[in-house]
Design a protein around this ligand. Structure first.
Ligand code: NAP
Ligand code: HSE
Length: 418
């Protein structure tokens, strides 16, 4: 009888506890299927004296180095952030222990770059969806040209709940945090950085090059009014991530978008994520599933633990060198259709003044309407759908409009997905 695979677990928060729970449920079936007996032998937390339901107190320690230097065969990291995660994983690797992590912030950072290609990280992107394996193995013989996805469960949950209930971003974010979907610092979710980290990692797997700058717009300014407008106009508001290998340049962006109801991403709701992959041979592939939460993330971590215990370490895809040196990370100036909302004083001619300012910058309008804000007497919103325009022209038009004495607050601009 071979001895169990001893796991040192770093972290017992949402993900760490989910890992312990799923392993507790599935240890026998994993052993039946793979012949591997998996056992957690130590768990790192900040405060080992705190009671944690479902976690034996005897496993807990606040001494991370004793885990990575000690008697374990695999290290699983679910701490989050850069330190001490980076140094503990680096020490584990130096001691010849394979590592598995859910930490995209670390992997996508400069500090974590040495870990890429050495740490298995299926759980770090889109939780339960096996997109890392799909790109590393399933599509290794193909050429991926484009990825469109929803990569942040918290933002998708927030926008879905806003649409369902009319509640504010703050209220729905509180619910996402209570369910354990959000990052310890939820501004990473709301401001688009978490999705940008995942997109950069995906682009590296898909295109075989280190991603340059990701253009990031979060959902912070979005109000129930915008979610309602999307539905009324035949769209649904989604947090979208997009990567395209244009040969000479790599375009990477994360932003909220009005998605047509017929688009495959439109029906991806709550904390679900999705990745639509376009590849030269395979054509279009859609991956979809739980993008956040304890057990979906634990499922991906367990798959990676089994892989390393079977002797399948992390790997970096080696793509053939491109024929010419590409200019990466310099996306071309974007063009898009837009939804625009201007919070305004309810004064005569307000639509006309906004339309004139847009027209001066060659931004043409396909739809415009004014609505009153019932909770704010004398105020309302002007909502506009703009034909395709350059980001530059739109930015200049918005700057002009911000100077008009009709606005009561900041305007909102959301791209419309084709
Ligand atoms: P969390 O609930 O905040 O848990 C973090 C855990 O790490 C806690 O147990 C905490 O200890 C421990 N910890 C943090 N810093 C520590 C330190 N300096 N020393 C000792 N222990 C420390 O976070 P989470 O939601 O589980 O996320 C963990 C990681 O998984 C992050 O990288 C996140 O991005 C990633 N992830 C999360 C999800 C999700 O749905 N939540 C999904 C995929 C990936 P205490 O318990 O004592 O505070
Ligand atoms: N905070 C992340 C999200 C967790 O909401 O998508 C999963 O990576």
């Amino acid at each position: 009888v071979s001895r169990p695979v001893r796991i040192g677990l770093l972290g017992a928060g949402t993900v760490g506890r989910g890992f312990l729970e799923l392993l507790g449920r599935n240890a026998c079936s994993i052993e039946e299927r793979t012949g591997l007996a998996l056992e957690v032998v130590k768990v790192l937390v900040r405060d080992p004296r705190r009671e944690r339901p479902g976690v034996a107190r005897s496993l807990l320690t606040a001494d991370g180095e004793s885990i990575v230097h000690g008697a374990c065969d695999v290290v699983v990291e679910a701490l989050g952030g850069i330190e001490p995660a980076r140094s503990l994983l680096a020490q584990a690797l130096e001691h010849g222990k394979p590592v598995v992590t859910a930490n995209k912030a670390l992997l996508a950072s400069e500090a974590g770059s040495a870990l890429r290609g050495h740490a298995r990280h299926e759980a770090s992107i889109a939780a339960a969806i096996p997109i890392v394996r799909a790109l590393e193995e399933g599509l290794v013989g193909d050429q991926v040209s484009e990825l469109t996805g929803i990569l942040n469960g918290t933002c998708n949950f927030v926008l879905t709940l806003m649409a369902e209930t009319g509640a504010t971003l703050e209220a729905t974010l509180a619910e996402a945090r209570a369910r354990g979907f959000a990052e310890a610092d939820p501004s990473l979710d709301v401001d688009g950085h978490d999705a940008a980290q995942k997109l950069a990692l995906l682009a590296e797997l898909a295109f075989g090059v280190r991603a340059g700058r990701v253009r990031v717009e979060g959902i912070r300014g979005i109000e129930p009014e915008d979610v309602k407008a999307a539905r009324a106009l035949g769209y649904v508001l989604k947090p979208v991530a997009f990567a395209r290998d244009g040969g000479e340049s790599l375009e990477l962006r994360v932003h909220p978008a009005f998605v047509p109801l017929s688009h495959p991403l439109a029906s991806v709701r709550f904390e679900d994520n999705a990745v639509l992959v376009r590849a030269a041979g395979a054509g279009e592939l859609l991956f979809r599933g739980k993008g956040a939460g304890a057990l979906p993330t634990a499922s991906a971590l367990l798959a990676d633990v089994v892989a390393v215990a079977r002797g399948e370490p992390a790997r970096r895809i080696e793509r053939p060198a491109p024929p010419k040196e590409p200019v990466r990370g310099a996306p071309p100036a974007g063009r898009s259709r837009y939804y625009l909302r201007f919070p305004v004083y309810d004064v005569p001619g307000v639509i006309g003044r906004i339309a004139t300012a847009l027209g001066r910058r060659e931004v043409s309008i396909s739809h415009a309407e004014a609505t009153l804000a019932p909770e704010k007497p004398g105020q309302g919103h002007v909502k506009v759908l703009a034909h395709e325009t350059s980001d530059e022209a739109l930015r200049e038009a918005l700057e002009d409009i911000e100077r008009l004495p009709v606005l009561t607050g900041r305007s909102v601009a959301v791209r419309i997905l084709a």
